[in-house]
Design a protein around this ligand. Sequence first.
Ligand code: NAI
Ligand code: MG
Length: 497
Amino acid sequence: MANIETATTPSAFLAQHPIKMLIGGQWVEAASGKTFDTINPSTGQVLAKVAQAEAEDIDRAVAAGRRAFESGQWPKLTPSQRGRLLWKVADLIEQHAEELAELETLDNGKPIKYSRLVDVPLTADHFRYFAGWATKLEGETIPVSVPNMFTYTLREPMGVVGQIIPWNFPLQMASWKLAPALACGNTVVLKPAEQTPLTALRLGELICEAGFPDGVVNILPGFGETAGAALAAHPGVDKIAFTGSTEVGKKIVHASADNLKKVTLELGGKSPNIIFPDADLKFAVRGAMNAIFFNQGQVCTAGSRLFAHKSVYDSVLSGMTDLARKMNLGPGIDPTTELGPLVSQEQLDRVMNYIAIGKREGATPTTGGERAEGDLAQGYFVKPTIFDRVADDMTIAREEIFGPVVVVMPFEEVEEVAARANQSIYGLAAAVWTNDVKKVHKMVAALKAGVVWVNTYNQFDAAAPFGGYKQSGYGREMGHAVLDAYTQTKTAWINLR
Ligand code: NAI
Ligand code: MG
């Protein structure tokens, strides 16, 4: 916490009418003059009016990105200079840590203690990690068998990259997209989610302050069907990186077809979390709580399908039910809050609809299954919900709910649970709780998922690749794996004869 600066507050940023978008180094209103409201989900009240980008603004931003990519300072910077700019962004994030944490919590609803301990520090860390990569984008010399040829490869940036991000981790998602793209020398048009545009725009101010040339980073808040769709289809965009629903991910792929832009996708999940009887049960139960209730369950890797061995099923269910009943629900900005509101009225309706479907299909909540009342009825709060008596083929056991709702199911055998865990269109994450080394390796090999956690959950690090199998996506983010997504390989043949 030593780096946390407390002097700046979000009030100056929020006082702007409207909060503008960043195009070509200028903070501007939408060409149409339209704005939209961003809401505080803890209260349902309007936080700020934000300029609303549409196709015309996207056009201007893509043109600015193209100019900055082809001419001016950016293509002339040395890798070391690019790295320093990214490092400077990390420093500025730390200097404004408390302001960013408050802004994130106000706009998204997440508990402030997590914005402070997780979202903001990991965002800074992401920029710092990729600052280091700017100087390490090496090609190779290739020992071809054609006489007298000297053959080598270069790793070059893609060009203008469109990036579309969701509302569950607004700052972190911005950093996962921006940092590697910039380290590799691309220029960017970033569209934050309409539910949570604020921290990406504040980050844009810090990026300008760090000294990036105009047009390298453009940030355009707006709706998916207008701004997002225009960016995804734009003929001047060379690559799209998207995080969000599998449904929209498929639309992005269709929209990319006309100019064959490159696409990477981080999509949904229905991640299995498996507790074997030899696990440290108390630890596993706490882990299963974190797996589903962190960020109100609005996490692509949420451990939303919990399999507990039949010999420990009752104790897992009762242990989790007791802990869930004690969780402190409240406004995100209250430092004692453990579970905040969902991000929007729409997300609240979606989650409550799944809860109703679950009950109708015959599953029973041991706790929760309803909205919070009293003072919290103003916001989008849902009580932590644990479903018992669930069958694999029920809707709530198959579809991504993206809320504080877990289904718990018993199993008997290793092979059986591995097969059931893999019975999903998704393959983002999975976890196993056991102290048996043979089961660990068997399950790591058997689970069809981009990440497998053992005796832990929701671990992320800028150095560790992350992405999905099956309909959870294309490509990997983080680590050196993501460099493939933001560079293209050029092969040079030099005739030495
Ligand atoms: P979404 O996929 O509609 O939104 C994500 C981003 O895509 C936002 O920036 C949005 O403006 C943009 N977008 C929407 N339609 C678009 C289009 N036609 N073209 C281009 N961009 C478009 O997700 P939404 O509606 O907010 O949430 C629905 C469900 O999606 C959630 O309940 C959850 O299951 C899943 N989801 C998964 C996320 C993840 O991290 N994998 C994040 C957010 C949502
Ligand atoms: Mg909001």
